[in-house]
Design a protein around this ligand. Structure first.
Ligand SMILES: CC(C)(COP(=O)(O)OP(=O)(O)OC[C@H]1O[C@@H](n2cnc3c(N)ncnc32)[C@H](O)[C@@H]1OP(=O)(O)O)[C@@H](O)C(=O)NCCC(=O)NCCS
Length: 173
């Protein structure tokens, strides 16, 4: 298994595989910004549209590959506000259902955290559907639960669900 950061051309080239991954997660009920069923063309375009942010340095995307197949991804979104250069948002952490439970989610999370530190980021934050399996991962990786917002986003099935906000101070040493 290898985890690599995708530049914009590689992100475009991998967009179809990343779309498969996103569709798998949405089919499984994960709250990632989309309703089910997620159309393949829409998903692929969504990933291709991310390339602009990657090229501009507003977004970093990693892909975990098993052989040549993309089985996981995670991103970091960097705010463009002058007062927010120290922080980044962890986004779209997902592992394909048939690759879960082997430590890949934790590996992707660690890769993003280490890269954030290397980029001078000192504060990370994220939101995740309350009581989702991902919460255990974040808590055991040292993230702090900041609170819950009710009715934050619709689940893939269209039911409004709460989200839990997490943050983590990260720094060299
Ligand atoms: C969350 C997710 C990325 C975890 O990926 P993974 O590769 O299975 O994670 P790991 O194997 O690294 O496991 C990390 C920890 O979470 C635990 N875990 C994983 N899946 C779990 C589940 N369904 N229920 C409870 N705990 C779970 C593991 O036991 C492990 O804990 P441990 O190290 O204390 O034993 C994956 O389930 C996923 O893609 N979910 C759908 C997308 C999603 O919800 N992403 C989060 C958006 S914020």
């Amino acid at each position: 298994m290898t985890v690599t950061r995708l530049d914009a051309p590689r992100l475009r080239a991998r967009a179809a595989e990343l779309a498969d991954l996103l569709i798998d997660a949405v089919d499984d009920g994960a709250s990632l910004g989309f309703l089910a069923p997620l159309d393949r063309t829409v998903a692929e375009h969504w990933w291709k549209d991310r390339a602009e942010g990657v090229a501009a340095g507003r977004l970093a995307v990693w892909a975990a590959q098993d052989g040549d197949r993309v089985v996981g991804t995670v991103g970091l979104a960097f705010p463009d506000k002058p007062n927010s250069r120290h922080r980044a948002e962890l986004v779209k952490l997902m592992v394909h259902r048939d690759a879960r439970g082997k430590g890949l989610g934790r590996t992707l999370l660690t890769a993003a955290e280490e890269s954030a530190v290397a980029a001078g980021v000192t504060l990370l934050h994220l939101d995740t559907e309350t009581d989702s399996p991902a919460e255990h991962l974040y808590r055991t990786a040292g993230w702090t639960r900041a609170g819950v917002i009710p009715d934050y986003a619709a689940s893939p099935a269209g039911v409004l669900r709460p989200t839990t906000l997490y943050y983590k101070h990260v720094a060299v040493g």
